[in-house]
Design a protein. Structure first.
Length: 515
């Protein structure tokens, strides 16, 4: 059941722009846009997409740009045209981008001027964001009707079949995430840093959490921001709300904990948080709001959150917490029935954050997005739809949920979801490889790294550089293993599956293995 205030993003933004037209909406590198200017500029792009690009409501429009005010204009302009945006990472290999464009049937791309030629070569109509209206205003045009249940964006994640799959997120999923959130306070006095890649779902919280609440969206410089540079960036821009992946969060505390000094709230997630790091941060800044945010892309960034700063008994592990507003949780056993409090089970997530499903993947959608009709489970509300997360959890008697692991082979690395099957399938396409397994091991530096265990197809063994180049041309860099370990055979369990626990640790000191 969706909240009564569910709205489409363009409607919610226009209402905010009418309330605070002169407030700063976006700032980057000393330049800023007011809400009125952003409203007018995005209107201009929406007009151009509709007239010159013949973009119609329901179309998918790819967006491939570095962090910049023009990127924000592009996302909002696509939505105002009634279309859904497909965010692309500018660092992704061309074959992967081409597959996504075909799968999403995105014939129009909004990109930097320098990237237009590449997309034209792929058979797409490439647009650059038009020049900002000189007087800050564009001629008003009748808004395209956009409803809360319309598609807002497609976001691709790793797929177990060897191909990425797209999660289809609706407008009402976004507005439920950021409208009157019960896990963080957001308002006109806030400044939210936009740090996550636009093709990573944390950007949904950063961008729309700011713009639909009258806050200022502070854009980090393009490219990667290192921990040594984050503190000055936060201080110089007066940032009050920050989101980091668990790995970046831990690293920032180790390198420069003073970066958190001026913040009101820091949210972290995407992986298990370290209790020692949390205690260090909480002791250093007792007034800092600290939130552990949990949620698959399929449930729109966050589904469950835990306020660590309000937890007096931070134990051996950090709970993932309690559901967001209008979100429902079930902890289910193997028999498809709820388990008692304290008993481990699979987390099923329902309510207003659950996305439409997987784009053009009806069988997978039916498998992972299930409708529960049992009145003993749903009560008087009737049938309800849930996403099966694949995460093993237990729910305490007070309702707080604790994460206990995965029930399948999927894992996360630096906040990115990885299906090992996708990398394994690509490796076995290489003529040097007979079979392969992919997983996570701790490196000599103490951080988790991606490792591939490979059985060669030929007696002469492996050319690791060739394997790395093979993957680099096909997947994002976070999916390229840091180490390749050659084995005569993969260890097998009694039921014939790869025994992942028996796979040997890499010799990180050997350059033949580690790069």
């Amino acid at each position: 059941m969706f909240a009564v205030q569910a709205k489409a993003v363009p409607e919610a933004f226009r209402e905010q722009a009418a309330r605070t037209p002169d407030a700063v909406a976006v700032s980057a590198d000393g330049h800023s846009l007011s809400y009125a200017q952003l409203d007018a500029w995005s209107d201009l792009l929406a007009q151009q997409l509709a007239t010159e690009g013949e973009v119609a409501p329901g179309d998918r429009v790819a967006v491939s740009m570095e962090r910049s005010p023009q990127l924000v204009v592009a996302l909002l302009g696509v939505l105002k045209a009634g279309a859904a945006y497909l965010p692309l990472s500018v660092t992704d290999p061309e074959p992967r981008i081409a597959r996504m464009l075909v799968d999403a049937d995105a014939r129009v791309v909004v990109c930097d001027r320098f990237g237009a030629q590449g997309f034209t070569a792929l058979g797409r109509l490439a647009f650059a964001v038009p020049e900002q209206p000189r007087d800050g205003l564009a001629a008003p045009t009748p808004p395209v009707p956009v409803e809360p249940h319309h598609l807002a964006y497609l976001m691709y994640t790793s797929g177990s079949t060897g191909l990425p799959k797209a999660v289809a997120v609706e407008h009402r999923n976004i507005t439920n995430l950021v409208t009157d959130p019960n896990y963080v306070g957001l308002g006109p006095d806030d400044r939210i840093l936009q740090l996550a890649p636009v093709a990573f779902d944390a950007a949904t919280f950063e961008i729309w959490g700011a713009l639909l609440n009258g806050a200022r969206l502070v854009l980090a410089p393009p490219g990667q921001v290192h921990p040594e540079d984050l503190g000055p960036l936060l201080r110089d821009n007066g940032v009050s709300v920050l989101w980091l992946t668990a790995a970046l969060f831990h690293r920032q505390i180790d390198v420069d904990i003073q970066a958190f000094a001026g913040l009101g709230t820091v949210l972290a997630g995407g992986d298990v948080l370290s209790v020692p790091h949390l205690r260090t941060l909480r002791d250093a800044f007792p007034g800092l709001g600290i939130v552990n945010g949990y949620g698959p892309t399929e449930t729109t960034t966050f589904a469950v959150c835990h306020r660590i700063d309000r937890d007096p008994d931070l134990g051996a592990s950090v709970p993932i917490g309690s559901p967001l507003q209008n979100v429902e949780l079930l902890v289910m056993g193997d028999d498809g029935a709820p388990v008692p409090a304290g008993t481990p089970g699979e987390l099923w997530i329902g309510g207003a954050g659950v996305s439409r499903g997987y784009w053009q993947r009806p069988e997978l959608t039916e498998q992972k997005f299930v409708t529960v009709t049992d009145p003993a489970v749903t009560g008087a509300a009737g049938p309800r739809r849930y996403y099966r997360s694949g995460d093993l959890v237990r729910q305490r008697p007070d309702g707080v949920v604790e994460y206990q692991g995965r029930i399948d082979d999927q894992f996360k690395l630096r906040g990115f979801r990885i299906e090992p099957g996708e990398i394994e399938n690509l490796l076995t396409e290489h003529p040097q490889v007979r079979t392969a397994s992919v997983g996570i091991r701790e490196s000599h530096l103490g951080d988790p790294r991606l490792v591939a265990w490979v059985v060669p197809a030929q007696p002469e063994g492996l050319d690791r550089r060739a394997l790395r180049a093979h993957l680099t041309a096909r997947v994002p860099d976070y999916m390229v293993p840091a180490a390749f370990v050659q084995l005569d055979e993969l260890p097998i369990t009694g039921n014939g599956k790869t025994d992942r626990r028996a796979l040997p640790a890499p010799d990180w000191s050997s350059r033949a293995i580690y790069v």
